[in-house]
Design a protein around this ligand. Structure first.
Ligand SMILES: Nc1ncnc2c1ncn2[C@@H]1O[C@H](COP(=O)(O)OP(=O)(O)OP(=O)(O)O)[C@@H](O)[C@H]1O
Length: 597
């Protein structure tokens, strides 16, 4: 059997065992409206049948020698049923669709809230494809059930049952003859349809999952695709996934096509009219029914099999919805970072690492025995070779991951005991790559303090030395970042995120290589903004350019996850150790670059 993992090693739909209760749990908040919608839809389906019955009865009575006033009663019944049907149908449709809108909103919000609790490691492992799948694809799969299942399934099951009941009251042998025809057609075609369906359903889901993952990968890696064109592995994986999906679709259609065509032809309304007439002639010949008695069968019996096809489609929808619900259920049951069992609020903003060990993967230590203090109003710089653990240290403070050993405290309180909103409100982070949303500049800055006034947002931008640049944009602060008119350089975007940190006014600042992508002019501006931002706060700086941290109160030199030197710039230079060598190497590199210019 083909491997059911996708090219990125993630699990595909076919690996998931559908959990029977998941769909019921997921739809619980709107269940009462779904039931009411189903009841209204059932009543509407019965009403939809009544006009046909009324016409059949009117025709039968008119052909009688003395129709009497009963004819008019049937006319009124038919008209009232038509009106009632429209009202009930419209009501059921609105009810289910409004329930569906609420359902989608509630479920997406629940999923996104839960995603916020998951450690960053989960996102690294699962990728954006998994998030997109849960929030859009899986929710959409279930939404079809809320919007349509209750109403459509009830009517698909109920209409044939009521029709058969009515026809039995008209003539039992003729009804049995018609049912026998329908059963024989099913018996001929349904088993091979079922076999074809089961054989390719899983294959189809797997191929679809692979296309979804490959598409996300393609978009994420669009720069590689542009550079290496269609020869890149990313593009090849996408191409293979699409070809596989097409192939499965072809095989599936071929397997299902013949039996589906047989059923469609034999249940086609024109075919059914001919069948009812033929069976009617037979029954009249055998003396089981008179000619007038065949009329109800022509009007009501012809559409008897249509419900089957609808039920088959809905069963498919049910299965994919159950699969979507199982995915979401699994995601919602993933454990988030544990909540504090004894919540406490820190007294001040002194950050302390106390013999901290950390590993992303069990058995592969990344940090070992890290201890240092980040006192309020001081700057601590982390330096060291690539991969030595600088970013990891910074990310443990806001609990992007939890330590494996030792403890991190803020104001004497273990970060694991500080309620998450409280913890995050105390820490402002300026990442290496400026993280901005596709939203207006104003809202991007306001993320630092939701509810901040426009004046405060502008003041923060002045402090970050980006106000004038924003004011010069076509729509000023209302320009959407990422849009054609809202294109800012890396250094400018970095200053937008610094403005966000100014607005947040947090006592602890984490700066991860904030000047990394800036040109020399931007770098000076960013540096000035950062110096002002850091004044009076606990600042942790990750720096590659040692010239930016010569005035730091404390420099920690990391190597392979351990602190190998610590002290002021001058002390470390005097010690003539690793830091001194790094300084000399950067100095001569800068001199070489200067000479080359
Ligand atoms: N999400 C992750 N999952 C597993 N390993 C990781 C993860 N992030 C980083 N690592 C590993 O942890 C080690 C430390 O990485 P870290 O990013 O903290 O180093 P760094 O000193 O900041 O590097 P750089 O200067 O290149 O940014 C590296 O070996 C890295 O491969």
């Amino acid at each position: 059997m083909a491997d059911s993992r996708t090219s990125t090693g993630r699990r595909s739909d076919a690996d998931v065992l559908v959990s029977p209760g998941a769909l019921a749990r997921m739809t619980a908040p709107v269940r009462s409206r779904m039931i009411l919608g189903a009841a209204m839809s059932a009543a509407s389906s019965v009403c939809a049948l009544v006009p046909f019955v009324a016409v059949a009865e009117v025709v039968r009575l008119l052909l009688d020698s003395d129709p009497g006033t009963t004819v008019w009663i049937w006319v009124v019944v038919g008209v009232v049923a038509m009106v009632a049907r429209s009202l009930l149908y419209g009501g059921a449709l609105s009810l289910c669709h409004f329930a569906d809108v609420d359902f989608v909103h509630l479920l997406r919000r629940r999923v996104v809230r839960h995603l916020r609790l998951l450690p960053l490691g989960w996102f690294d492992e699962s990728g954006s494809g998994e998030v997109k799948k849960a929030v859009t694809d899986d929710v959409t799969r279930i939404h079809v059930i809320v919007a349509h299942l209750a109403g459509d399934l009830t009517s698909a099951v109920l209409v044939p049952l009521v029709s058969i009941g009515y026809l039995l009251t008209r003539n039992v042998p003729m009804t049995l003859l018609l049912l026998a025809y329908i059963v024989v057609v099913f018996a001929m075609a349904a088993p091979s349809m079922q076999r074809g369906y089961q054989a390719y359903m899983d294959e189809w889901n797997r191929a679809q999952g692979a296309v979804s993952t490959a598409t996300v990968e393609l978009v994420d890696g669009v720069e590689v695709v542009k550079t290496y064109g269609t020869s890149s592995a990313v593009f090849r994986r996408f191409d293979d996934a699409v070809s596989r999906l097409t192939h499965v679709a072809y095989l599936w259609t071929a397997a299902m096509g013949r039996p589906a065509a047989v059923i469609n032809i034999l249940f086609f309304p024109a075919t059914m009219i001919a069948v009812v007439l033929g069976l009617g002639l037979l029954a009249v010949g055998l003396g089981w029914i008179d000619a007038v008695g065949v009329i109800p069968f022509l009007l009501v019996g012809v559409s008897l099999p249509s419900g089957y096809l609808q039920v088959a489609q809905l069963a498919n929808g049910m299965r994919t919805a159950a699969l979507g619900a199982t995915h979401i259920d699994r995601l919602l049951s993933l454990p988030g970072l544990p909540d504090p069992d004894d919540p406490a609020v820190p007294a001040d903003s002194a950050v302390r690492f106390d013999h901290v060990d950390f590993a992303y993967t069990d058995g592969v230590p990344v940090l070992t025995n890290i201890s240092f203090e980040l006192a309020p109003g001081t700057v601590t710089a982390l330096v060291g070779p690539s991969g030595s653990g600088k970013t990891t240290i910074a990310r443990l403070i806001p609990r992007f991951w939890d330590v494996s050993g030792g403890m991190i405290t803020i104001g004497g309180v273990d970060v694991r005991q500080i309620p998450t909103p409280e913890l995050l409100s105390r820490i402002a982070i300026v990442f290496q790559d400026a993280v901005v949303l596709t939203d207006t500049v104003r809202e991007n800055v306001r993320l630092g303090r939701p509810g901040a006034s426009d004046a405060d947002v502008e003041q923060a931008c002045r402090d970050a030395q980006i106000h004038q640049r924003i004011a010069d944009l076509p729509n000023g602060y209302d320009t959407v970042l990422g849009s054609a008119e809202g294109h800012l350089s890396g250094g400018e975007l970095q200053r937008v995120t610094i403005a966000r940190a100014f607005l947040q006014d947090a006592p602890i600042i984490l700066l991860d290589e904030a000047t990394a992508h800036a040109d020399p002019h931007s770098e000076v501006q960013i540096q000035q903004a950062l110096n002002r931002l850091g004044a009076g706060r606990s600042v942790l700086v990750i720096a590659h350019r040692l010239s930016t941290i010569v005035h730091a109160d404390q420099i920690l030199v990391l190597d392979d996850g351990q602190i190998i030197e610590r002290g002021h710039h001058d002390d470390l230079i005097a010690a003539d150790g690793r830091y001194a060598r790094m300084w000399a190497a950067q100095d001569s590199a800068a001199a070489r670059a200067g000479a080359a210019r």
